[in-house]
Write a protein that binds this ligand. Structure first.
Ligand SMILES: [Zn+2]
Length: 504
């Protein structure tokens, strides 16, 4: 017997296990118990706002833009769509809606569409409650099971989304095909009393869009010509690429009309925001024998690559540059440093700008290139992006610094080749040899006496000088004086490139 005093008793107390027990909870409020999912979310949302809770944990940079709009949509009991490019946390936001549901709700035990014991939809439950009455068993459904998600593709069928007539059940039961007991429910009915998310909505066939609309509008649907009444209680949420969504003919007008709010997502607006997201998402804190430290300027460099790629006209604007690009790059940077550490046996390694070049495979596959970009090749574009980004990081910190002594060192014949696997001490010695160079590493947050950080920072400075074409550099990370060699095919603005094989 229950001793609970609310519909959602605190842990430890027995929960009602039958319809009768549920109704005998002392302050049982049938109306509150049977509120629609949209009212439930509304109520919980208002309470969360009053308490000042973080509404979408782990979603950063949307506090003043996307989230207030989602809140308005939910308070309005709207079905809504998120319009945005790849990697803008759309899926994460939609899944985050789970937190706005009650922790658990009572359902008729065994019901495929999670029927409310007080308002059963399916015939099986109605018949069961009619015959078993207060002894009808109740199950408690946790909220994470109330979120159903589907990626729309052209081959998704009505059967997948809405349902199908099950010939085996029909034969076994000897029932008429139009009897709803022969229906094999699709994903949407199974999301009854919960949230149904469809990603990339424009890829859904028109016929299924009509089906969705009918369910939303009238609560009924035809399956293989058989009419079926199914007044589902669902919050419908969608995501789409903005251009696909607005393209004429991709979404049937009555469905568009029923989507209460269109909310645009976006990429991080500032570098700091991007760094924060990437830091949160990337797998960098590894349980490893080798400790890798990633200096702040390198995190910014990784983020700048994504920012520049989003602006680069050779990169396809329609598909965008996902936040997963800097996330994967940062993970590769750490791995590259980890690999070096394992080879040299140094327990502490500081990631270097060379590690960003080792992360090229994490960049190239994530860039959808325009024709002009395709001609140059993803590899070249990625290298140019790193170079531009390095130049930006350098300018931000050193615009007022006179590097003439360093440049002169090279002009007087100095050359430096940083071997891929040189130990920290060796690299430091090489770099410290360059007049004045170590005097500037503090601007990158490095202490010139800490060799690993100082060497990485000094290398970053050289990379920046190269990015601004003040010194030369080979693909093998040899630095030398910038003596532009006129080449017949050299383009305006291209890096001076010695005729050597490129690597990595
Ligand atoms: Zn049922």
């Amino acid at each position: 017997m229950t001793t609970g005093t609310s519909l959602h008793p605190a842990g430890g107390r027995a929960r009602p296990a039958t319809f009768g027990e549920l109704r005998r909870i002392p302050d049982f409020d049938a109306r509150a118990a049977s509120r629609s999912v949209k009212d439930e979310i509304r109520g919980n949302l208002l309470r969360a706002i009053e308490r000042g809770e973080t509404l979408f944990p782990g979603v950063q940079g949307y506090e003043d833009t996307v989230i207030p709009q989602i809140v308005n949509a939910l308070l309005s009991r709207h079905n809504f769509i998120l319009l945005g490019l790849r990697g803008q946390a759309k899926s994460r936001i939609l899944r985050g809606l789970i937190n706005l549901l009650d922790t658990e709700i009572p359902v008729v035990a065994g019901c495929e569409i999670n029927d409310d014991p007080l308002k059963p939809l399916c015939r099986a439950c109605r018949e069961r409650i009619a015959s078993e009455g207060d002894n009808t068993p109740i199950a408690w459904m946790p909220r994470d099971l109330r979120y159903v998600e589907k990626l729309a593709t052209p081959d998704v069928t009505i059967a997948d989304i809405i349902g199908d007539v099950d010939p085996i059940r029909a034969a076994r039961g000897g029932r008429d095909l139009s009897d709803e007991l022969t229906i094999h429910y699709g994903l949407l009915p199974r999301a009854n009393r919960g949230i149904f998310a469809i990603n990339e909505l424009p890829d859904l066939a028109g016929k299924i869009q009509v089906g969705l609309f009918n369910i939303m509008q009238e609560g009924d649907i035809q399956i293989k010509g058989y009419p079926l009444r199914l007044p589902l209680d669902v919050l419908l949420v969608f995501s789409a690429n903005p251009e696909d969504y607005t393209a004429r003919g991709k979404i049937i007008t009555p469905l568009k009309d029923r989507i209460g709010s269109e909310i645009r997502t976006h990429y991080p607006t500032t570098l700091e925001e991007g760094v924060a997201i990437t830091t949160q998402e990337a797998w960098t804190g590894r349980d490893s024998a080798y400790r890798v430290e990633v200096p702040d300027y390198l995190r910014e460099l990784v983020e700048e690559i994504a920012f520049h790629a989003r602006d680069d006209k050779r990169v396809d604007k329609r598909s965008g540059v996902s936040q997963r690009l800097p996330i994967s790059v940062l993970e590769s940077v750490v791995s590259s440093a980890e690999q070096r550490a394992a080879r040299t046996g140094e327990k502490l390694t500081v990631a270097r700008v060379a590690d960003v070049y080792s992360a090229l495979p994490s960049i190239t596959g994530k860039l959808e290139l325009e024709y002009e970009g395709e001609l140059k090749g993803a590899d070249t574009i990625a290298r140019e992006l790193i170079r531009t980004a390095s130049g930006r990081i350098f300018s931000k910190r050193f615009s007022d610094v006179n590097f003439q002594p360093v440049i002169q060192w090279f002009e007087l014949g100095g050359e430096l080749k940083l071997a891929e696997l040189a130990g920290t001490a060796d690299r430091y010695k090489q770099l410290a040899n360059i007049k004045d160079l170590m005097e500037h590493v503090d601007r990158l947050g490095a202490d010139k006496k800490e060799q690993a950080h100082a060497a990485a920072a000094a290398e970053m400075i050289l990379e920046g000088l190269w990015a601004h074409r003040r010194i030369g550099r080979s693909e093998e990370r040899g630095f030398y004086a910038d003596k532009p060699k006129p080449q017949p095919d050299s383009r305006e603005g291209g890096p001076p490139r010695p005729p050597r094989r490129s690597y990595n």
